[in-house]
Design a protein around this ligand. Structure first.
Ligand code: GCO
Length: 261
């Protein structure tokens, strides 16, 4: 039920971090994995990293915010590998800038990568999925699909939008046997969150790090590996009647009011 044998997956931004962990997880469950990234150097690094896990991967350079480039990517994968069964919209960026200091250009850039790109990539793979009679789209959402916080206005707007895009793809294509669900990672130790975990000059924990630990019933940051099981589930036949759902993988943050100071 959880086997991905014979399935072809595309993970956007799958060369490192969360996307890489999910790529390895899907490959170990049997899928043939393709990833894209924004430049040749990360493509090479990505291929090496998968090789070190014993995985033969198909790596491509393509800008997910460029509709023509994505269309060409999907066509190339179709020729070289086959029709995509599983799309993981993982590529994302964040800019932490107080809203009144944030330029429209910065805001737009975040919306482009975190929201418009999942639209572009989903739009490009859905016809093939309809042709095949099935498909799985997994959108990497966020705590910020539900919550706000200082400095992340664009990111929260994009991730809230991505939650609703997830429900809409479900609504529009559920009848074509396409399941579109989201994974909402909690606070995961990645390069993107590294500035929030930096040690203080005196060696003590960053105040945000302490804050997250106190907000998380699990009492720790997540790891990229914590996302593998949920991704395999949502990519596999085990979730064939799960659609339009956001699976939060957050160690319990959204269930908890937080520790009393
Ligand atoms: C922040 C963090 C978050 C995380 C994550 C949480 O600045 O608060 O970067 O936004 O990246 O998406 O789910």
């Amino acid at each position: 039920m959880f086997s991905l044998e014979g399935k072809i997956a595309l993970i956007t931004g799958g060369a490192h971090s969360i996307g890489f962990a999910i790529g390895v997880g899907l490959a170990k469950a049997g899928a043939t994995v393709c990833f894209n990234c924004s430049n040749e150097a990360s493509r090479q690094r990505g291929i090496e990293a998968y090789k070190n896990e014993g995985i033969d991967v198909h790596g491509y350079v393509a800008d997910v915010t460029d509709e023509k480039a994505v269309r060409e990517l999907v066509a190339k994968i179709r020729d070289e590998v086959g029709i995509i069964d599983i799309l993981v919209n993982n590529a994302g960026i964040i800019k932490r800038i107080p809203m009144t200091d944030m330029s429209v250009e910065d805001f737009t850039k975040v919306i482009d990568v975190d929201l418009i790109a999942p639209f572009i990539c989903s739009k490009a793979v859905i016809p093939g999925m309809i042709e095949k009679g099935h498909g799985k789209i997994i959108n990497i959402c966020s705590m910020m699909s539900e919550l706000g916080r200082e400095t992340v206005s664009a990111y929260a707007a994009a991730k809230g939008g991505l939650k609703m895009l997830t429900r809409n793809i479900c609504s529009e294509f559920g009848g074509a046997n396409i399941q579109c669900n989201g994974i909402g990672p909690g606070y995961i130790a990645t390069n993107q969150t590294a500035p929030l975990r930096e040690r203080q000059p005196d060696g003590s924990r960053h105040p945000f790090d302490q804050f997250i630990i106190s907000k998380t019933p699990a009492g720790r940051w997540g790891t990229t590996d914590d996302l593998i099981g949920p991704a395999v589930f949502l990519a596999s036949d085990a979730s064939n009647f799960v659609n339009g759902h956001i699976l939060y993988v957050d160690g319990g943050i959204l269930a908890y009011i937080g520790k009393q100071p």
